[in-house]
Design a protein around this ligand. Structure first.
Ligand code: GCO
Length: 262
């Protein structure tokens, strides 16, 4: 069924030279969209991933841009639309997680989480969204988190930013659905990426906690987000607006179980 087809689509994925963003971008590329990768500062890393994707037969371009810098975002979007084509799909993935208890994290570090994870997606969506509104067509996916719904010691800044992007998603959907733009979110649970490497070390009790707390009994693999991204990027989701699709192994469905229960 071609309702899931991404043939001929152009997809910009921010923060896509590593982790979940890279896995999602590769999945969209293997589904035959043209992929525009984005990193913040390392041209070497960006070019390395572009080459990797092209060696897999994916139509790939790349651009360096700090999503919190409005001028850089405007220049990035203008050059993409002039040199490559209209952006059909925007995935706001760029994000950081500077951990720290609320009484110890600095105001600057708290603000850095909010700027990158919430202000950045607002800036990019405002600029790309204006183009989509003029075309009366577009797909925007904001990468939220299970932390859009739950807190955890030491990730208060991150969770605040992810709660914010959940509501930004709903408000963008509210204002832009009438222009045939579908804005939705994907909320990952705990996935095996560099961001969570320290949490997954075998002598870290947090690893056992997550495995016990997640009904699927394991960490997610980044490739397991691709199906949701394709769905929300394709015509199959043309009447889906403001929805946060949690891909979390069931962790948000349950209060968990005692460690001595199967
Ligand atoms: C943490 C983790 C989480 C996950 C993810 C969960 O410190 O608890 O980094 O924040 O990365 O965001 O959805």
């Amino acid at each position: 069924m071609d309702i899931f087809s991404l043939h001929g689509k152009i997809a910009l994925i921010t923060g896509s030279t590593a982790g979940l963003g890279k896995a999602i971008a590769k999945g969209l590329g293997l589904a035959h969209s043209t992929v525009i990768l984005n990193g913040r500062s390392s041209i070497e890393k960006l070019n390395q991933v572009i080459e990797e994707f092209r060696s897999d037969g994916i139509s790939t371009f790349g651009t360096l841009c700090d999503v919190t810098n409005e001028k850089q975002v405007e220049e990035m979007v203008e050059s993409i639309e002039k040199d490559i084509g209209p952006i059909d799909i925007l995935i706001n993935n760029a994000g950081i997680n500077i951990r720290g208890e609320l009484q110890s994290i600095s105001v600057e570090k708290f603000k850095e989480n909010i700027d990158t994870n919430l202000l950045g997606p607002f800036i990019v969506s405002k600029i790309v969204g204006k183009k989509m509104i003029s075309r009366r067509k577009g797909k925007i996916i904001n990468i939220c988190s299970m932390m859009s719904e739950l807190g955890r010691n030491s990730v208060g800044a991150y969770a605040s930013s992810k709660g914010g992007i959940k509501m930004l998603t709903k408000n963008m959907a509210t204002e832009w659905a009438k222009y045939n733009i579908q804005v939705n979110g994907i909320g990952p649970g705990y996935f095996a990426t560099d961001l969570t490497a320290s949490l997954r070390e075998k002598d870290n009790p947090f690893n056992d906690f997550i495995i016990n707390r997640t009904p699927a009994g394991r960490w997610g693999n980044p490739e397991e987000l691709v199906g949701s991204a394709i769905f929300l990027s394709s015509n199959a989701s043309d009447f889906v607006n403001g929805h946060i699709l949690y891909v979390d192994g069931g962790i948000l469905a349950t209060i968990g179980k005692p460690s001595n229960e199967d």
